[in-house]
Design a protein. Structure first.
Length: 314
């Protein structure tokens, strides 16, 4: 999810920079709702099964159109293969030193060595490398769907948290959420809602569970008085929507992967080492961020209750 949100401004740039162009976005099916109603995207193609047969099906669907160029923002072998499957005249991607899987760069006809630090700005650099006369006027804002209510949420104010992350090492301990929930309830009278996919077990956290699809998460994020997030898709969604709250960071660098914009306050343990090695257990630097620290910052955020500046989404 985060990869898509980080690429939306670049897609808007591409569309505006090439007047009259047709933009197709290839996406995994579960994330397609993020692209609904986006005026800069003409066609969404859902990636088929994650195997060779799926790639063949995707290739067949992509080749119903002719593409002048493709842009691989993800830098993975699978995304590079998908770009190649469309048989475009040119393929743009990042330099091999900046892709996640170096083999991916072998598929690119044009490589960009990005100078920016944050991934959103890097993606904008890659989009700009594709040329076009309208880049200077290209927008950085874009719409995100409204979402829909899927399960019960409190009638009044609540704080929303999404504890899960793609890597266990980026997660905050569940017992920390329990302590945070107790303080929010006892001192501010505000419940903590934990969002996750159906089947996620948050019993140890002592907060209100909210099991939802992506559409339900979008709706809940829009409704929340504040959010608490880790380096994962729901946090970047909250940042794109300009929601106030706290971003808890540990092994990953918020300068590169942090929430884009000014709405979220970042908490990271002093001296936390930066590593992008996937870990199966919670990183020690995440455990160092205490529930008391998060609560005190949340107290200030909730008192301010003003619309934050710097959001990307409309």
């Amino acid at each position: 999810m985060g990869d898509i949100i980080h690429t939306l401004p670049a897609a808007a740039w591409l569309k505006q920079s090439h007047p009259g162009s047709h933009l197709t976005w290839l996406v995994e099916p579960q994330w397609a709702p993020l692209l609904e109603g986006n005026p800069y995207i003409d066609r969404v193609v859902a990636m088929r099964r994650r195997n060779f047969a799926g790639l063949v099906e995707t290739r067949r669907e992509l080749r119903t159109a002719r593409y002048d160029f493709a842009v691989d923002f993800q830098g993975l072998i699978k995304s590079a293969l998908a770009a190649s499957a469309a048989h475009p005249d040119r393929i743009y991607g990042f330099h091999q030193s900046q892709v996640r899987e170096r083999v991916a760069a072998l598929f690119y006809s044009h490589k960009t060595l990005a100078r920016a630090v944050h991934i959103v700005d890097r993606n904008m650099e890659l989009a700009a490398a594709c040329g076009g006369p309208g880049g200077d006027r290209a927008p950085r804002n874009f719409p995100i769907p409204s979402g829909r209510a899927e399960s019960d949420l409190p009638d009044g104010d609540f704080v929303l948290a999404s504890p899960l992350a793609g890597w266990n090492s980026k997660q905050w301990p569940l017992d920390h959420y329990r302590e945070l929930a107790e303080r929010l309830r006892s001192e501010l009278g505000i419940p903590l809602v934990l969002d996750g996919p159906p089947g996620a077990n948050f019993a140890a956290a002592g907060a209100l569970p909210h099991h939802s699809s992506l559409a339900g998460l979008i709706y809940a994020t829009r409704r929340a008085a504040a959010v608490v997030g880790v380096d994962s898709g729901p946090l970047h969604l909250a940042a794109a929507l300009g929601r106030p709250g706290i971003a808890i960071f540990g092994p990953t660098d918020p300068a590169r992967n942090g929430p884009y914009g000014e709405s979220l306050r970042i908490l990271r343990a002093p001296g936390a080492p930066t590593t992008y090695k996937r870990g199966s257990s919670i990183h020690p630097s995440m455990q160092q961020i205490s529930p008391d620290q998060v609560f005190e910052v949340l107290r200030v955020v909730l008192q301010e209750r003003r619309r934050p500046a710097g959001s990307l989404a409309e």
